[in-house]
Design a protein around this ligand. Structure first.
Ligand code: NOJ
Length: 698
């Protein structure tokens, strides 16, 4: 948290408080409880006892529990919620695009504003803690939680992660939780919660940097991952939790386990015989708080008495939790928040983000429609499905499944958006397919907006897929429409990249929307109409075939052409791809000096002109490659980007400052260093259109 507080005063307040606490009161500070896990009766027992934290408490229970604890003079509990893309578990709150969708904007400023808005809505409910952002990398597209990531690239994930953390913690009354520490998205076979087969070098090179950026941005809490790395459950890893996180990265917030990790280490990972040993390992490794796992509390009380956990360790853990509560002002009486749930200002922001998060992948000139007077057919179940437009982690799906809930917040599906923009009289809707494999009778039309994609149950925790094909019936429907309609515009509403080769063959344009949130459908219709020019670019690669996974761009080089004999080479769409209605030309790309010296920087600069017919934004990308290095380094690494808005005909300059540390690698001794020698710098619109510059670090 970046709020200014008097550190000395804070630490002495905590020391004083700890000196007055009983063993039981201390351990209770480290116990987090949800009614969903322990049941109503036990939940209220923990309220009476004074547990340190609760999660997923909404509605009347929250003020009731808070009041009970206040009247009993307990230390205030910190309440946590999964506000993953907006405070969306609260029906009526603003539902922003999913993290993956939002990442397509490559716009840290907007992402930070989204953080501010969400924190304010969360605080309106009296909640102090959100379990967001997800800083896992979406590198295995089979993994069920790709929708929750900012994509595949450590640099982009780190930049957007830091921005959202700044936003969440800006007002000082809510904290962020960077998760899932560490390497969770890379589990073997894309299987949620399984082992990640990576070395410490790779951890440091690929997975740790986004967490470092989040910590530097002031992130107050971190959640551990379910899985294990090279056979050690992360929850029990002293190396990751203490030596790296605390001693190296200097993290001074608190760490919470994920849901019932203590039990998982006993029942599933089978590294401890009972919850007692598991709880002891968890706290000794460096976790401060235990999510659910109600045996944690009695186990740790016993363990301190037995000497399996020292008083000093316990006090350290309690100190970490109390420090954050102090910074949040939870020991003061003036925590007031105006109710901003679903505020008009947040709706407008949601609209702006949705517009910048749409990626135009194909366009043979059919788009924009420019006030077409043709009758437009809107096809496909996902054109009207709010669940899939919102995506995972909303009041429909958590804490309990309630698919029949009526949304009290905005829910613009594509169909709703099309009606607003084109007028209902000019449209018809045809469901076309369902998720049971059916195709319905199809009407012909001149222009068809065909909304394809996946169902929200194809994504999420324990919903991994072995392949990422668009369902057969949807493709078959598209083929039939191709014969019936003159123009086909496909909109993809899906949690993750799906294979698009057959979609491309049977359409004139493809818009990738992922889960675009409450204003998504409106933004899509406006884009189809040409009210604005698309500017989103993919934060993740899309292969031709599922068997090409993993297909992230920053792979290590080999020498057999990176190609399978039975699929096209390369990706269908690369990280960084995205078209526009307008045309950008680059000029004068240069570097200020060919030599880079320690403690100094060089500047890469250029000029960009909007030579097309629309105002629009371009995302300039900067990559580097170490020409000769002691360990193999990626074929390209993103190390900078700029989103530049240009009016029609306008020219602007851009520049990037490159310091030696921006070109670093992790060597065989696990040290982050920049090695002397040549580097290539690549600047341009996407991976296929880059100007190459050379510099030398001397
Ligand atoms: C499990 C998920 O892995 C985590 O992301 C989430 O925050 C917690 N449950 C709490 O719901």
């Amino acid at each position: 948290m970046n709020k200014k507080i008097d550190t000395e005063k804070c630490e002495s307040f905590i020391d004083d408080l700890i000196s007055k606490m009983t063993l039981e009161q201390k351990v209770l500070q480290l116990q987090q409880v949800s009614a969903n896990c322990v049941g109503e009766k036990k939940f209220w027992e923990f309220v009476d006892k004074g547990a340190g934290s609760f999660l997923h408490v909404l509605g009347k229970d929250l003020p009731k529990a808070k009041k009970k604890m206040k009247n009993a003079d307990k230390i205030p509990a910190i309440y946590g919620i999964d506000a993953i893309h907006g405070h969306a578990l609260h029906n009526g709150a603003t539902v922003f695009p999913s993290q993956l969708s939002m990442a397509c904007s490559w716009n840290p400023k907007l992402v930070e504003e989204m953080g501010v808005a969400t924190a304010s809505e969360v605080a309106s409910d009296g909640i102090e803690w959100m379990f967001s952002p997800v800083l896992c990398l979406g590198r295995d597209l089979r993994w069920g939680r790709v929708d929750e990531t900012f994509g595949e690239d450590p640099y982009l994930v780190g930049e957007l992660g830091a921005a959202i953390v700044r936003g969440y913690e800006k007002a000082g009354n809510v904290i962020a939780c960077a998760k899932h520490y560490l390497g969770y998205g890379e589990a073997t076979g894309g299987m949620d919660s399984y082992d990640t087969e990576v070395t410490e070098r790779k951890i440091r090179e690929v997975f740790l940097p986004p967490f470092k950026k989040a910590i530097d941005a002031g992130c107050s809490s971190i959640m551990t991952a379910y899985g294990s790395i090279d056979g050690t459950p992360i929850t029990a890893s002293h190396r990751l939790m203490t030596e790296i996180l605390r001693d190296e990265l200097g993290f001074d917030g608190f760490v919470v386990t994920d849901w019932c990790n203590v039990e998982h280490m006993v029942n599933d990972q089978k590294v401890f015989p009972s919850n007692y040993e598991s709880s002891v390992a968890c706290i000794n490794a460096g976790n401060d708080m235990c999510m659910n796992s109600p045996d944690f509390y009695p186990s740790i009380v016993k363990a301190v008495k037995n000497g399996d956990v020292t008083e000093e360790t316990l006090n350290d853990r309690v100190r970490n939790v109390l420090r954050v509560k102090y910074r949040l002002g939870m020991f003061e009486n003036n925590r007031k928040q105006r109710n901003t749930i679903g505020a008009e200002k947040h709706k407008k922001l949601n609209h702006a983000i949705a517009k910048e998060s749409l990626v135009l992948l194909e366009n043979n000139g059919v788009l924009p429609l420019k006030k077409s007077t043709d009758k437009i057919g809107v096809y496909g179940l996902n054109a009207t499905d709010v669940h899939n437009t919102y995506g995972d982690w909303t009041f429909y799906t958590h804490p309990d499944l309630n698919l029949n809930a009526t949304p009290l917040s905005e829910a613009y599906t594509v169909w709703e958006g099309m009606k607003v923009v084109f007028g209902e009289g000019n449209l018809f809707y045809n469901q076309g397919y369902d998720f049971n494999g059916n195709i319905f009778e199809l009407q012909a039309c001149d222009t068809a907006v065909v909304v394809l994609g996946d169902h929200f149950t194809h994504n999420g925790e324990c919903h991994d897929r072995q392949g990422i094909e668009v369902e057969k019936n949807q493709i078959e429907m598209l083929k039939r429409l191709r014969k019936l309609c003159k123009n086909i515009i496909v909109v993809m509403i899906c949690g993750k990249p799906l294979l698009l080769d057959e979609v491309k063959e049977n359409s004139d344009a493809i818009i990738m929307a992922f889960n675009p949130g409450g204003r998504g459908g409106l933004a899509i219709a406006e884009m189809i109409n040409g009210d604005f020019s698309p500017s989103g670019k993919l934060p993740i690669s899309i292969p031709h075939r599922s068997g090409q996974i993993p297909c992230y761009y920053n792979r290590l080089p080999g020498w057999h052409a990176w190609k399978y004999v039975d699929s096209p080479a390369g990706n269908a769409y690369d990280f960084g791809d995205g078209l526009s209605y307008t045309k950008f030309d680059y000029a004068e790309i240069k570097v200020s000096s060919k030599k880079l010296r320690e403690g100094k920087s060089v500047t890469v600069s250029g000029r960009i002109t909007n030579n097309g017919d629309y105002d629009g934004a371009e995302i300039v990308q900067l990559y580097y490659r170490d020409v000769v290095s002691s360990v193999i380094t990626p074929v390209k690494n993103l190390c900078g980007f700029r989103k530049i808005f240009l009016k029609k005909g306008e020219t602007k300059n851009f520049s990037f400052k490159i310091k030696p540390e921006d070109l670093s690698l992790v060597n065989a001794n696990c040290e982050r260093v920049t090695e002397k020698g040549k580097f290539q710098l690549f600047v341009g619109a996407n991976l296929k259109n880059l100007t190459v510059l050379e510099i030398e670090y001397v």
